[in-house]
Design a protein around this ligand. Structure first.
Ligand code: ADP
Length: 622
């Protein structure tokens, strides 16, 4: 469990085999680098004509014999082919080694690219999956743009700053080890000096990189806020313009952008400090080597000049390698800021959890019951001791002043939240013991905020029930009073509705949402101010059609309505005030016996009769 959210456990470990193969190619590449380095000594011996180019190495019988083998070959070639031709052979060998070194390095990269992309794809999938299952309470505390930034910018950063660095470090570490081995091969005392300098570099590096991770996390948070501000401002552009308040949005954005500038400057200054630091340390190391090497050649005579030059060439190759490792470490640390932001999402509490042996439930035969339900979002209780029976096939309305807790009751039915106390029961079964998918399949919710997708009208309705036939979609649209306006659009049901349905009016969008809910044919229909954007006449028409269909199909309808004209025909009306049920009964009963309900009706010019004036007129004509 401890490692479950570790970056390596989930995103690197599954690719170990392929990564190791990549390392193998890198080892080969490093080996060719080594060959190139060591082959320089006989080449120099040949050019400077230092007689029998004895091994310049200080230790290792096997190593010495390898070097001797090389020298013997050079001498043999000088005798048979002459110096110039031998030089050409040596150069040709060097070129081949270069070619093979780069070929192996490229093959390694070639194979690493799909691994890296798979890692990123997996990371994005994990995040999106989490987005889909996180409870609504999570979204109440998050900005949409910030979450978008986490799944787009931050995953990209993890790719470039962490995954890319892992592969870079693999390459460099292997090369580094081989080059250090080569240094030992040439001169042990000199190499011991180099190894004393390396931990010093390490200490300085970790000191500088310590704050980088923290700074980078703050920077990424700021990018998230910028993204959130852009999303918010673009979504509300109409409101901002109409109130002439674009200046307000601009000021907020500029302040966030200024903070980004400040933090980004700091992060990059710290990031780039690794380069000069490394240069200074590297140059100091070379200067020290020059002094010690010079001593070994001039006084001690234990080191040959050509071996020393080979040593320096090898050292020069080590410097960029160690610099790369250091830079990769720094970049990795700054990438961790992004990873921490991703981890916050991946680790977020799912709250609504399914029990291990959760029961399946596919229908509601009798009723939905709220048993002494209490709920709170924060400190103040939102619902108190709610006891409520919603019998199958009935039309129940929830009314009352806004903020009373009506939507909260609706949201407890598909288990968007769990009650803090008490239970919600479907046919006597606690929904907390049932499969979440089953519970959600039993109801369809239409809320005040219509959500439509950038697709055809047909597909937007079909989303409610992908198995529905075209006839069923059309029937649902007719019931939702949407068929006529759909047929009037350019391509009828196949018309594209634009981003979030921007090409449609508020009322049309709401009609499509209702059609989508109806096509699902779920046992429970939850309407949360679902008809608020419609005119009273259309609202009554739709509610009557829905009620009729509900009666025929045995569907339970739970409707929250501000406009009481649409629900006065309900079988039961529940009056809710400050999280408590303060009245229940039919329209007529409540009008007579409940002062709050009567007041609400009078404010809307409603009398105590259950039918609408239009319906009454029709009845009179008949
Ligand atoms: P109604 O539907 O009757 O207008 P709600 O159920 O929407 O009432 O809200 C009941 C109370 O809970 C209100 O005081 C509201 O501010 C609060 N509330 C609603 N949703 C949230 C939320 N996601 N986080 C915190 N408080 C909330």
């Amino acid at each position: 469990m401890l490692f479950k959210h570790s970056f390596f456990y989930r995103y690197v470990a599954p690719y170990t085999g392929r990564l190791l193969f990549n390392v193998l190619l890198r080892v080969l590449s490093a080996l060719f680098t080594l060959v190139l380095t060591i082959a320089i000594a006989p080449l120099l011996a040949l050019l400077f004509d230092t007689g029998k180019a004895e091994s310049a190495m200080t230790g290792g019988g096997l190593a010495q014999s390898g070097m001797e083998l090389l020298e013997n070959w050079v001498h043999l070639s000088v005798v048979t082919n002459g110096k110039y031709e031998t030089l050409l052979y040596v150069v040709l060998a060097l070129l081949s080694a270069y070619f093979l070194k780069n070929l192996c390095a490229y093959m390694g990269l070639y194979l690493f690219i799909p691994i890296r992309n798979q890692m990123v794809a997996r990371l994005r999938n994990d995040m999106f999956h989490k987005f889909m299952i996180l409870p609504l309470s999570f979204y109440a505390n998050q900005q949409k743009g910030d979450l978008i930034s986490r799944i787009s910018n931050n995953t990209q950063d993890v790719d470039t700053q962490m995954l890319n660095q892992i592969q870079q470090v693999m390459v460099d570490v292997v090369t580094f080890i081989f080059l250090i081995a080569a240094l030992f091969f040439i001169s042990t005392p000199l190499t011991i000096c180099v190894l004393i300098l390396l931990p010093l570099i390490g200490v300085l590096t970790s000191f500088l990189s310590r704050s980088l991770k923290r700074k980078s996390k703050r920077l990424q948070d700021t990018i998230g806020h910028i993204s959130a501000q852009v999303t918010e401002s673009l979504e509300g552009i109409k409101t901002l313009r109409s109130y002439n308040t674009t200046g307000y949005a601009l000021r907020k954005f500029e302040a966030e952008n200024a903070l980004f500038f400040k933090l980004n400057t700091r992060v990059f200054r710290r990031l780039y400090s690794s380069h000069p630091l490394n240069e200074v340390l590297g140059t100091t190391a070379v200067a020290l080597i020059l002094v010690i090497g010079g001593y070994l050649i001039l006084s001690d005579k234990s080191l040959r000049p050509e071996a020393f030059i080979t040593y320096l060439v090898t050292m020069i190759q080590i410097l960029p390698t160690s610099k790369n490792i250091m830079t990769a470490y720094f970049t990795y640390q700054s990438g961790k800021g992004s990873w921490m932001r991703i981890k916050e999402v991946l680790k977020a509490d799912e709250v609504i959890l399914e029990k291990k042996n959760a029961a399946e439930i596919h229908d509601i035969r009798q009723s939905i019951r709220f048993e002494n339900v209490g709920f709170t979002y924060g400190k103040k209780p939102t619902l108190k001791n709610i006891d409520l029976e919603l019998p199958k096939g009935r039309f129940i309305a929830l009314v009352g002043p806004s903020g009373g807790g009506k939507s909260t009751i609706i949201n407890l039915i598909p288990r968007f939240f769990d009650p803090v106390s008490g239970k919600v029961l479907f046919d006597g079964k606690d929904i907390a013991d049932c499969k979440i998918d089953c519970i959600r399949a039993l109801s369809s919710l239409v809320s005040q905020d219509t959500v439509l997708f950038n697709d055809t009208i047909y597909n937007n309705i079909l989303l409610g029930n992908p198995q529905a036939s075209r006839e069923e979609v059309i029937q649902a649209a007719k019931m939702a009073d949407a068929h006529d306006f759909i047929m009037a659009t350019s391509n009828g049901y196949d018309t594209l509705i634009g981003d979030s349905g921007t090409k449609l009016s508020g009322g049309q969008r709401q009609r499509l949402s209702i059609a989508r809910a109806l096509v699902k044919k779920a046992p429970v229909l939850l309407f949360d101010e679902a008809t608020s954007a419609l005119d009273t006449e259309a609202e009554c028409r739709i509610m009557q059609a829905v009620q009729q269909a509900g009666k025929q199909n045995g569907q339970t309808i739970v409707s929250v309505a501000h406009r009481l004209s649409s629900i006065r025909q309900a079988d039961e009306i529940i009056v809710i005030e400050e999280g408590e049920i303060v009245g229940r009964g039919t329209h007529e009963e409540l009008y007579e016996g409940n002062s709050l309900y009567r007041k609400l009706c009078q404010m809307q010019n409603l009398d105590n009769r259950t039918t609408t004036p239009q319906a009454r007129q029709q009845n009179e004509i008949q």
